[in-house]
Design a protein around this ligand. Structure first.
Ligand SMILES: [Zn+2]
Length: 323
């Protein structure tokens, strides 16, 4: 009798065990195994800290020996795609270029990074300190009709903005650049990126690029490899070229007298894409060089400091500015 009772208990337990195992198996086939589900979320900034000024580009590194499916960061609602890069003497991993917009409010924000490995995902958290940049105040006097747009010009400007927005909406998923970034023109850098602009006495949008003074017709080179996303002849930018370097990285070249590329053309670093001019809203011949990095307007000169291999540089005449 005793034996039978004992046996029954054992078989009941093992039935229960089997049921439990089956349940776990069923659940894990419905919900893929999450390796990190039991780990409480790490405090913000647990994985490191970065700091930079408004308009700067930060190089963020994430270690990783293995090839991830996707590495993606989020900073102030902007998405930052990371790419694999091998550097001698450094641990293997991923690099993300984080642009601090010229109008991001100073403060501390989180950069969260998701590392996907098949069905598994790991979250990293960095603190990013955004420091204030002292931007210049610029007083400009322009013909009245170039500042106060009439109804027709306002409509044109709005349509042009929408066109550009649409053209830049889709990022190339591939990183198209390989070398260092270079100055697009040899000329005098004015240092007015981000400057507050007072036009004919009225405060206007801050200057979202750098102006480089150069003679009419001087060569304008692509700062790096990419694809020409759109060429324009617009009311403010004049004749302009937008180059997509991939992964949400765009450079712009405005006020050209001549455009030497077409939409969809592949360009290489240093390739001449146009000539300096004064088309659009310009007081004289110069190149307006602008950068958009995953939606952030950054100082184009911060690109020259980015550490990429096999850099190419323009021949440097005595007049070349020192960045
Ligand atoms: Zn400009």
């Amino acid at each position: 009798m005793m034996m039978t009772a004992h046996k029954q208990t054992r078989s009941r337990i093992s039935r229960l065990d089997r049921t439990l195992i089956m349940t776990v198996l069923l659940l894990s086939s419905v919900f893929p195994v999450e390796l990190f589900s039991n780990t409480p979320p790490a405090p913000m900034g647990f994985d490191g800290q970065y700091s930079g000024k408004q308009g700067q580009v930060l190089v963020v590194k994430v270690k990783g020996e293995e090839q991830a499916t996707e590495v993606k960061g989020t900073f102030l609602s902007r998405t930052i795609p990371f790419f694999r890069e091998f550097r001698p003497g450094e641990p293997a991993g991923y690099i993300g270029l984080l642009g601090i917009d010229m109008q991001d409010e100073p403060g501390t924000y989180e950069l969260s990074v998701e590392v996907k490995q098949g069905e598994q995902a790991k979250q990293l958290s960095f603190n990013v300190l955004v420091a204030k940049e002292k931007f210049a105040v610029e007083h400009l006097t322009l013909p009245k009709d170039k500042v106060d747009l009439d109804e027709k010009s306002t409509a044109r400007w709005k349509a042009e903005q929408a066109l550009v927005k649409q053209a830049l909406a889709e990022n190339s998923r591939l990183k198209l650049w390989h070398s260092n970034f270079m100055e697009p023109v040899n000329g005098k850098r004015t240092g007015i990126f981000g400057s507050v602009r007072i036009m004919n006495g009225q405060a206007r949008n801050p200057h979202n690029g750098e102006d480089i003074g150069a003679p009419m017709g001087a060569d304008v080179a692509a700062t790096n490899d990419g694809v020409v996303r759109i060429t324009v002849d617009h009311i403010f930018s004049g004749k302009g070229v937008f180059v997509d370097h991939g992964l949400g990285f765009y450079t712009m070249y405005f006020h050209l007298s001549e455009i030497l590329v077409k939409d969809g053309d592949l360009v290489t670093a240093g390739q001449i894409i146009g000539k300096v001019g004064a088309t659009g809203r310009a007081t004289g011949p110069h190149l307006h060089w602008g950068v958009k990095l995953n939606g952030a307007r950054v100082n184009p000169y911060s690109l020259l400091e980015l550490p990429f291999k096999n850099g190419v540089t323009l021949p440097t005449p005595e007049t070349a500015p020192t960045p």
